[in-house]
Write a protein that binds this ligand. Structure first.
Ligand code: PRX
Length: 629
């Protein structure tokens, strides 16, 4: 079957198509209805079926590969290595699950995981899945305010954390940030479970904080059976940036997600049981959820979890790991490759990469020079894939498990099966033809694996995603794109205020709120500006309450440092703008809307576009002067 026939079937007859794909996982009780779309835009997949993500990821593989590696952990930060077989992982998950139960966690409770890249993080996620608790992993790079607002929204009974992480040899303490986050949040967890790596001292709050090692030791023989969940139950919440400062909890189901991942392992990533999958992402991001934890394990593969950077101890480390663990499928981000590209290409040839079949890259635009450099250096297919936290698995790519559709430089590829991708005019909602720029949208129903709703806010789900294109209740990706005459899509950037820094999705509004919290700042605007290494960086422009506060260049420097320190402390280093410039006014429309796209254009040396609605054109000149000075 050709890919286009396969795709057509998925769109024309989704029920038959997905019933077939659902055979890729174990069901405890079969579903009675493939799709319930009686309440659009909500889609419920595999209604009445019961299953469990942990069972499919671990227990299911015990009869055939109990003694094969399941979780391979390598840290070049702490020089640790651990390999857990499926049997060992199974045991550890039950110990963790028993500890969680001792701390009062029951089905449906939320467990927030704020952890570095250590095996216990994966074990905790799978333990939640096993007992039907809903995990919410918060990226370890986020600081207390970001974390606090997520605690408040998810209202976890338990938080699992660690003393610290390590990045490029520098220890990053987690516990003080967590304590501060809990202090900021109106909701308080009843317990905190601490994994002590011995990296940095921390204090425990008596009665609330518990030591994992001590509790684990009392549950070494724990047997915690899988709780069979409804396919449509919630497996996890993962927060992502949108256009408001309020965190947006992407809520995912159980059965649909398991089916989508199993199917993507087969048709897109082409991974087989017994092989090794290596994703360089972090468990705090969607790629980590889908393709460090659940996808590879559901596919019966070992997953390689790496704590470290791509260039330490040297720029060959990733390929050394590929050789050592015979990685067959690898997943990374363009930024990581651009970092490697600054080093000698010889590093790509030093190790035996014969096991590796393909390298998948996602999360941000893959520029042609980077793509060609790595393709040439490795001599392996490079496969771009475009998707979002909301969708959980690729919207656009090529499915080499179906046929050998060629890739095309600069394009992630074709719509994946199940995704009825449309290119629409943002104002009229009209369908666009080849080479016309429009908004990338997806007609209902969203396929299995995509978000069910916004956690605790169905209305926000409908309003945010399904109401932005006039006259059409379609899902908006908030990405611009064009399609060529062969159906390949090209991504042209976000339509909203979300920016992408080194593959990390950030909302400019969150950063603006943080900058505005500095007492000297009256208002500000943050935009994403093109950067050769990180794709984009955040640049801020702030108007001061008292312009005299930034009269001299020494004043400006000190104030900029203070403002950046606030962002660092509240949101975390990943959200810290590259620069904050001080200006007397911001370019706004006469109705007071900040002209962010014009600001971005000026920063990138482009034409600021249509300025007929600008209140005071001198604001743009002031902006250029601030940039120059
Ligand atoms: O703008 C698109 C960009 O990243 C956004 C989604 O980010 P996130 O929710 O973090 O999910 C990442 C999952 C891989 C998209 O709206 N993006 C993602 N992949 C690509 C991309 N832009 C261009 N090419 C891609 N392959």
């Amino acid at each position: 079957m050709t890919y286009s026939e396969f795709y057509r079937r998925s769109i024309d007859d989704p029920t038959t198509f997905w019933a077939e794909e659902a055979k890729g996982i174990d069901w405890h009780t079969p579903f009675t209805q493939v799709l319930d779309d009686s309440r659009p835009p909500f889609a419920r997949w595999f209604v009445d079926g019961t299953t469990n993500l942990c069972h499919n990821a671990v227990d299911r593989w015990l009869p055939t590969q109990a003694d094969k590696p399941a979780l391979i952990f390598v840290s070049t930060e702490t020089d640790e290595e651990r390999i857990l077989t499926f049997a060992e992982l199974h045991r550890e998950i039950q110990r963790m699950a028993a500890v969680m139960q001792t701390l009062g966690v029951v089905r449906g409770d939320r467990v927030l995981i704020y952890m570095p890249m250590v095996p216990e993080a994966v074990i905790a996620m799978l333990a939640c899945a096993r007992i039907g608790a809903i995990h919410s992993v918060v990226f370890g790079g986020f600081a207390s305010m970001s974390l606090g607002s997520r605690i408040e929204d998810a209202t976890p009974r338990l938080i699992i954390s660690a003393d610290g992480g390590s990045r490029a040899g520098k220890v990053v303490p987690y516990k003080p940030l967590l304590d501060e986050a809990i202090r900021l949040s109106a909701h308080k967890p009843s317990a905190v479970l601490m994994i002590n790596r011995g990296l940095t001292p921390f204090s425990n709050e008596p009665g609330r904080d518990h030591d994992y090692a001590a509790l684990r030791a009392t549950h070494l023989d724990a047997q915690v059976p899988v709780v069979w969940l409804q396919s449509t139950d919630t497996s996890y919440i993962l927060y992502t940036s949108g256009t408001t400062g309020r965190p947006k909890g992407v809520q995912r189901d159980v059965g649909g997600y398991a089916v989508a991942l199993a199917s993507s392992m087969k048709h897109i990533y082409c991974g087989n049981p017994g092989e090794t999958y290596f994703s360089t992402s972090d468990i705090g991001w969607v790629v980590g959820h889908s393709y460090i934890v659940y996808g590879p394990l559901i596919g019966g593969m070992a997953t390689l979890m790496y704590e470290g950077t791509p260039v330490r101890p040297d720029a060959g480390i990733l390929w050394q790991l590929v050789e050592r663990f015979k990685v067959t499928v690898m997943f990374s981000a363009p930024t990581a490759i651009r970092v490697l590209k600054k080093h000698d290409a010889q590093w790509l040839r030093r190790y035996d990469l014969s096991s590796l079949r393909s390298l998948f890259l996602a999360g941000e635009p893959l520029d042609e020079p980077t793509s060609s450099w790595i393709a040439e250096g490795l001599g392996k297919p490079i496969i771009d894939n475009y998707w979002q936290t909301e969708t959980g698995w690729p919207i656009l790519t090529v499915a080499h498990g179906i046929d050998n559709t060629p890739t095309r430089l600069g394009s992630p590829g074709l719509p994946m099966y199940g995704f009825d991708v449309r290119l629409l005019d943002e104002n009229t909602g009209e369908a666009l033809g080849p080479d016309q720029k429009g908004v990338i949208a997806i007609a209902q129903p969203l396929p299995p694996g995509c978000m069910q709703t916004v956690w605790g806010d169905d209305e926000r789900f409908v309003k945010t995603y399904f109401s932005s294109i006039p006259g059409h209740q379609v899902y908006s990706t908030f990405d611009w794109g064009v399609r060529d005459s062969d159906g390949y899509y090209f991504i042209l950037g976000r339509t909203d205020d979300v920016i992408n820094v080194a593959g990390h999705r950030l909302g400019t509004r969150e950063i603006e709120e943080s900058i505005n919290s500095h007492p000297a700042v009256a208002e500000c605007a943050v935009v994403g500006v093109a950067d050769p290494l990180k794709g984009q960086v955040a640049i801020g422009f702030a108007v001061l309450r008292d312009p005299a506060a930034a009269a001299s260049s020494a004043d400006r420097l000190a104030l900029e440092g203070a403002v950046l320190a606030i962002v660092n402390q509240q949101l975390g280093a990943i959200a810290r703008p590259a620069r904050v410039h001080f200006v007397n006014l911001l370019p706004k429309t006469r109705s007071g809307k900040v002209l962010r796209r014009s600001i971005q254009a000026v920063c990138e040396g482009r034409d600021p576009g249509d300025l007929t609605t600008i209140e005071d054109a001198s604001a743009l000149t002031a902006l250029s002067e601030a940039l120059a000075g």
